[in-house]
Design a protein around this ligand. Structure first.
Ligand code: 6R9
Length: 654
């Protein structure tokens, strides 16, 4: 699967009909992009007026990437509340407008429409309940919920009282929950009895129970449990409280906490190249400016749009483009509990028709999986309501792009291929649909204020059409501010590789039109179906099994998932590899991290290729996993070159 095409790639010009009514046209983009670089203070001071402030900021930006004098601050003397911006300020004009449409896993169950007024009341009730339970500004709250409106309510309620939320994806294991609770010492956990996905239940409360038995989790005083499926759960009093019993009788008004612009809003754990997932910390004003401004601009938002981002709130895309951006903009968003192939592979398109979705935003992995099912499941639906499509999470290969454009969008809807990261808070490189001609597979050009550059291994900036490592030369309001509890790791991870620049961890090509083509991670992060998994995490899960002596994990190209996980395992002396043991190791990783980290291949490795200083040479392991044994390159620096031959001979993909 090729991620990038020759630069003579087809160009899809902005459709005239789209440009005619677009918020931002080509000349607007060019003017505003230049304006944001020429005078960032003036530009962002103006953009910040899109928010409602208790006290408007007088300072706009204070940024230095210099290691000895490092700081990132935006709008620092402003005072505001995020939930007021997402809810209260819409009540007068949009109180009865639908804020969220809930489409349950089972299409036979009724969908729900929740107005801004109703959502405001639900958020206020939970916010009051949290305060009564002793949650104060700055306390951490872990949210482990299914993809239902309760998740959005929980996020907004935390924002209302200034509690820092940490959403943990419902597919993560008790171990992963425990690590995340321990890292930020959460006081309270909001969960549900069970989740529901593709007709199967997920034992959310039982997973929390198991997590809270693990060391480091005794900061948790209360577990609030939403009744979702009605499935049986163990309630351990007084720790565990039913959500409805604690929340339903609360007043439907709640005084919002006055938050400083730079007060933390949330922590979201994400995988990096080393160690355990790190807590990416976003703050209040800059994040909301970025989530709302990019949502409005990139998706060319109109008052009557129905916006559907299929991402779970457990990922950053679900934060910025389900729980925050659309609400800050007074939009109508869909919350979808289900999966693309349940009860059948037309589900996405049926939901689009059912709720008259106008903007649809999903991941390439879903497109590729549905593409495999052929056109019929798509073509039997109308999709006439659609006007814009979006892609996020990984590079979209041109083939999948064209299918998305022609089959799903009937060649009518532009596609915004949006490149960004948990760390960036929102979209940084993307077409603007009324301004940017499209090239399938390219995320195209930078958003206002974003200064990408490509550098070589030494950090020298490369000009013109070229390929290199993607860096950002200056800050933008939505940038993460720190790794929770470990500022040194923040600096180390992002600002030390290339001093004076933010390093994204991605490789990228730029063509002669200045279009950016992301080629994928250049660090030890694997992107499985748009979800980041660190090779170190999977390795540490594997070696925690008593029969494993050593493990090395690499990514390989996978037709549907983008990348898959390939593990090389060395057993402890005297242990013989068996099929049962292989299955047990796969199950062990699933239990330690969660099903998204399931290795696709486990190859027995009598030895691993290492340098004389003991470093595993992953470059070689990657080539073996990709079935390219003729491209191993120089193996002369290996401590024992003979191990390579046996790994090549025994490789699992030929
Ligand atoms: C939003 C999100 C970030 C990594 C990023 C890159 C990859 C995301 C992409 C893309 C090519 C796109 N990525 N969007 N690659 N084209 N449109 O996905 O955040 O989970 O932190 O992942 O995903 O490799 O560095 P996150």
């Amino acid at each position: 699967m090729s991620q990038s095409e020759p630069t003579a790639a087809a160009v899809y010009p902005v459709p005239d009909a789209f440009a005619a009514t677009a918020r931002i046209r080509r000349e607007d983009y060019e003017r505003d992009y230049a304006a944001a670089l020429a005078d960032p203070d003036a530009y962002w001071a103006r953009v910040a007026q899109r928010l409602d402030w208790f006290v408007p900021p007088t300072k706009t930006r204070d940024v230095s990437y210099a290691l000895e004098d490092f700081r990132i601050r935006w709008f620092e003397d402003g005072v505001l509340n995020v939930s007021v911006n997402c809810l209260d300020r819409h009540l007068a004009a949009r109180g009865d407008k639908t804020a969220l449409i809930f489409e349950p896993d089972d299409p036979a169950k009724p969908a729900q429409r929740i107005s801004y007024r109703e959502l405001h009341a639900r958020v206020c009730k939970l916010a009051n309940a949290l305060r009564n339970l002793g949650v104060k500004k700055g306390d951490r709250v872990t949210i482990y919920l299914p993809m239902t409106p309760d998740a959005v309510v929980a996020i907004q309620a935390c924002a209302r009282i200034g509690a820092i939320h940490s959403v943990v994806f419902g597919g993560f294991s008790p171990n992963s929950i425990a690590d995340r609770i321990a890292d930020c010492t959460s006081k309270l956990v909001i969960t549900a009895d069970e989740g529901l996905r593709g007709g199967k239940t997920v034992p959310l409360k039982a997973n929390v129970d198991a997590a809270l038995k693990m060391p480091g989790t005794n900061s948790v005083e209360t577990v609030l449990v939403v009744r979702h499926t009605g499935g049986a759960v163990d309630m351990q009093m007084p720790r565990d409280r039913w959500y409805d019993a604690v929340v339903d009788d609360q007043p439907a008004e709640c005084e919002p906490e006055r938050m400083n612009a730079e007060d933390p809003l949330f922590i979201l754990y994400t995988s990096g190249s080393t160690g355990k997932p790190k807590g990416v910390l976003h703050t209040t004003a800059g994040y909301l400016v970025w989530a709302s401004y990019t949502h409005e601009s990139v998706f060319d938002l109109r008052e009557d749009d129905v916006f559907w981002c299929t991402a779970d709130v457990g990922w950053v895309t679900g934060h910025s483009y389900v729980a925050y951006g659309p609400l800050a903009n007074g939009g109508t968003g869909i919350v979808f509990e289900g999966v693309p192939n349940y009860p059948n592979v037309s589900r996405f398109w049926e939901v689009i028709d059912k709720h008259q979705v106008t903007i649809f935003y999903t991941a390439p992995t879903a497109i590729r999986a549905l593409m495999r099912e052929g056109e019929a499941p798509v073509k039997k639906t109308s999709r006439a309501s659609l006007r814009l499509l979006g892609s996020v999470g990984e590079p979209i290969n041109p083939e999948a792009w064209r299918w998305y454009h022609e089959v799903v969008g009937d060649s009518r809807c532009p596609i915004v291929d949006t490149w960004w990261q948990t760390e960036t808070g929102g979209i940084l490189i993307s077409p603007l649909p009324g301004a940017t001609d499209l090239k399938p597979g390219s995320a195209t050009i930078p958003f206002f204020g974003v200064q990408p550059a490509l550098v070589d291994a030494n950090g020298a900036i490369l000009d013109g059409a070229t390929e290199g490592n993607l860096v950002l030369l200056d800050s933008w309001p939505g940038q993460m501010r720190t790794v929770y509890g470990d500022h040194a790791r923040f600096i180390e991870t992002y600002f030390k590789t290339y001093p004076g620049m933010y390093f994204t961890g991605d490789g990228c090509r730029r063509d002669e039109d200045g279009y950016y083509w992301i080629t994928g991670r250049v660090d030890d992060v694997i992107n499985v179906s748009g979800h980041r998994i660190g090779t170190a995490e999977v390795e540490s899960a594997l070696v925690s099994h008593p029969l494993v002596a050593e493990a090395a994990v690499v990514g390989f190209n996978h037709d549907i998932k983008g990348q898959g996980i390939y593990a090389y395992v060395t057993l402890v002396a005297g242990e013989a590899p068996t099929e049962d043991l292989r299955k047990a190791l796969v199950a062990h990783v699933r239990k330690e991290i969660g099903p998204i980290a399931t290795p696709d291949f486990v190859q027995w490795a009598p030895g691993l290729p290492k340098t004389r200083s003991g470093k595993i040479m992953r470059r070689i392991l990657r080539k073996i996993a990709e079935n390219a044994p003729d491209q191993l390159g120089d193996t002369s620096t290996l401590a024992d070159p003979s191990v390579v031959k046996s790994l090549v001979d025994e490789r699992l993909v030929k």
